[in-house]
Design a protein around this ligand. Structure first.
Ligand SMILES: *Cc1c(COP(=O)(O)O)cnc(C)c1O
Length: 358
């Protein structure tokens, strides 16, 4: 057997220099001992309210955090890489798999902009298989698979999708995963899954060594400012990811904030807040649908609404005059009249709706 054939499917897809990379040896993490091995200052800075001490390097891939994420995401801790938001996970995947001038990603536009930015930073090509607007942004698995070539290393599926707000059909996603097993990393971005009753794709990880799932604490856990996300995948992917990610990537206040957000009582409170926001989404939808500036409010499986407005400029101006900023999506070729509105509190949603009447 050739050495190539003896490699795992994952190691065959990854950049050979990353598979061979000897990782940076960071200072040992032995918290019971006095730390005179990392050139840290022995005093705390003024106003340091952290538990761990800001004078200390944080624990790389903190075990307590991995264990809480494992519990909440229902996957073993060895299948999790803690990242600085999922943007960081996208960057890690790009650096593991994409070689300049040789490799490519597949994505389904209109979708999250970071996939292609990370690919282009790496010098890789972006192949686009647009979602079907006429079918509420449906994913066509046959068209996607027909676009695959051996140069494609990462296939991004965002479900629910940003900015179109819809879940992708689970059977279609599974078809893609099965067909591309061993041929490309299928990356399912589940940044908004908490707003749905859809099961996570984590249950497919066992049979798919080339599947990766992105989760984040930025949205439903209300921690966008802390920067915490997770890459879920085969243990071999996580091991390679640990070599690529900077050793002290999660700051101590971030680790502590994430642990507080993932404590069982807080997770239960989050579930209640999600239910409340979904009620608020219906309220905002109804209000927007009545506005003469709005032609269509698209169905949503997320905490935001995408609307089409032939008078988008007027909408933006009226909202702005009322003190609200919404996202202009008109730079997307398929979204020449579209705006994206995050669901806020009742007071915020009312302020927006009132400003549209003016
Ligand atoms: C918001 C969002 C993320 C989360 O990014 P973070 O880096 O975790 O804040 C990931 N994917 C999509 C599609 C998003 O909309």
């Amino acid at each position: 057997m050739s050495p190539q054939a003896a490699m795992s499917p994952l190691a065959r897809l990854a950049r050979p220099e990353i598979v061979a990379l000897k990782p940076y040896a960071h200072a040992a993490w032995l918290p019971s001992l006095t730390r005179l091995h990392a050139n840290e200052a022995p005093w705390r800075p003024a106003d340091d309210r952290s538990e761990g001490g800001l004078n200390r390097y944080p624990e790389p891939q903190p075990q307590a955090l991995l264990e809480r994420l494992a519990e909440v995401y229902a996957v073993p801790a060895r299948n999790i890489l803690a990242t600085r938001g999922s943007d960081d996970a996208i960057d890690v995947l790009s650096r593991i798999f994409l070689r300049a001038g040789q490799d490519a990603i597949l994505q389904c536009s209109p979708t999250f902009g970071m996939y292609q930015v990370a690919a282009r930073l790496q010098g890789a090509e972006v192949i686009d298989v647009p979602l079907e607007r006429a079918n509420n942004w449906r994913l066509d698995p046959e068209r996607l698979l027909a676009a695959w070539t051996p140069r494609v290393k990462l296939v991004y599926l965002c479900s629910p999708n940003n900015p179109t707000a819809n879940l992708l059909d689970r059977a279609a996603v599974e078809t893609v995963c099965d067909a591309l097993a061993g041929k490309a990393m299928v990356v399912i971005d589940e940044a908004y899954i908490e707003w749905t009753t859809q099961a996570s794709a984590t249950t497919w990880l066992d049979r798919h060594p080339t599947l990766a799932i992105l989760r984040t604490l930025s949205k439903s856990h209300a921690l966008a400012g802390a920067r915490v996300g997770a890459l879920l995948g085969h243990a071999e992917l996580i091991e390679i990811g640990r070599r690529v990610i900077p050793p002290y990537c999660l700051a101590q206040p971030t680790i502590e904030a994430a642990l507080r957000a993932l404590a069982p009582a807080e997770v239960a409170a989050t579930t209640r807040r999600i239910c409340g926001l979904l009620v608020e989404r219906d309220y905002l939808r109804a209000g927007l649908a009545e506005s003469r500036l709005v032609a269509q409010v698209w169905p949503s499986d997320t905490n935001f609404l995408m609307i089409d407005s032939p008078a988008a400029e007027n909408f933006l101006r009226a909202a702005m005059r009322g003190g609200t900023i919404v996202r202009d999506l008109r730079a997307y070729p398929a979204l020449s009249q579209s705006l994206r509105i995050s669901v806020g509190t009742r007071a915020q949603n009312d302020a927006l709706l009132t400003s549209l009447e003016a």
